[in-house]
Design a protein around this ligand. Sequence first.
Ligand SMILES: *Cc1c(COP(=O)(O)O)cnc(C)c1O
Length: 400
Amino acid sequence: MKSSETEPFNPSAWQEQTVALRAGVEKTDQMENSEALFLNSSFSFESAEHAAATFAGDQPGNVYSRFTNPTVQAFERRLAAMESAEACVATASGMAAITALCMGLLKQGDHILASKELFGSVPSLFDKVFSKFGIETSYVEVANLEQWQAGIRPETKMLFLESPSNPLGVLGDIPEISKIAKAANALLVVDNCFCTPILQKPLELGADLVVHSATKYLDGQGRCIGGAVCGSQDLIDEVFNIVRTCGPSMSPFNAWVFLKGLETLPLRMPYICNQALELARWLEQQPQIETVNFPGLESHPHHQLAKKQQKYFGGVVSFEVKGGREAAFRFINNVQLMSLTANLGDVRTTVTHPSTTTHGRLTEEARQQAGIHQGLVRIAVGLEALEDLQADIAKGLSAV
Ligand SMILES: *Cc1c(COP(=O)(O)O)cnc(C)c1O
C-alpha cells in the first residue's frame, strides 16, 4: 500500500460515531470508499535496496503479515482511537491478547494480582501456563479495595481485572484500583470486553492497558475470533514484539470483519444496553424469579458505581429461577427464540447456564462462594424486539 500523503489519522476532533466509521483508514490509489481487504501474506519491494531498508526498519512498509498488514493496522488505529489509546496491537483471539501482553511485560519472578471474577480461561492461563515460567498469580474480589491493597507484594508487576464481571455484573472501581497499582509501580490491565469503549474507556479512568476479545461485541455478529491490546506506544511496542515473534497475529480477513463491526458499535451498544435494562426490570417482576443481577437496577450493590464509571449498564443480565438446576434447565429447554450458547456480544440473544458451562470447571464450593448458583441463568441481550424476547422468556418461565 502506498501510504497516503493526505492526513492519515486525526480523529481527535471527531465524535464517537464518526471515529467508529472513519478513523484509521488510509486509502490506496484505487480510492476505495470502504476499507480494502489486504488478504496478503507478504509484500514485495521495488529493489534490493528497498527490501534491505524495509527489513532494517529504516523505511516504513510492510514485509510480512505476521508483523504488519494494512487491514490489521486500520483496525488497530480505529480501536486505539475509540479507546483513547496511543497505540493498539491486534491478536488472533482475546486469549492471545492476554498471553502476548503478559509475555511482553512480565518476566520470571513477577507476580500478577488479579480479580477472582475473570473469564474462565484467564485463570487457567495464569495458573497452569504462566506458573510454569515462574510468574505467580493471586486473586482478590474485584469490588474489594482492601483486598487489592493487601494483595500487593514487592514483586507485583500487574493488576488485572474485568469490570463488570460475568455473569453477576460485579464492578471494580477502576480509578481507585489504579491508584493502588500506581503506588505499587505496577501496571493496571482492564479487560474491557463486556463494556467496549462505548460504555467505558479504562485508560481515561487510570488503567495502563486495555485488552479486548474482539470476538464479542466488537464483531457483534458472531463471525470471527480476535483480540487486541491498547495502551501507550511504549507498552504496546513490547506486546507487538511478542506478536511478531511468536505469531498470534490477527488474520487480515478477521480485521476487515472487525472494522465492519466497529462501524456500528456506537449504535448497537446503547440499543443493546437499553433492551437489557428494560428486560432486567421486567424480569424483577416475574414470580418464578428469585433475584436479577444487573448493575442498571437500583437493587444492584454497584448501581451507583456503574452510573459513575460506565456510560450504559451493559448487555448481560443474569437471574436466578426458583427451584435450582432442574428449574434452570427446564427454563433453558423451553425457550425457542434465544440461542443456547455460551458466546455473547452477538446481535442474536444468547442464553446459558453458567454453573454447568462457563463456570463448570470450578468446584461447587468455589461456585457457591462466587455466587454462581445452580438456578442461575445468563442472558446476553441482542437486537431482537423486546416483546419477542419477553414472550420467549415467559414461555421458558411457564415451564419452571
Ligand atoms: C471471550 C472472552 C475472552 C477471551 O476471548 P477469546 O476471543 O475467546 O480468546 C476474554 N475475556 C472476556 C471477558 C471474554 O468474554
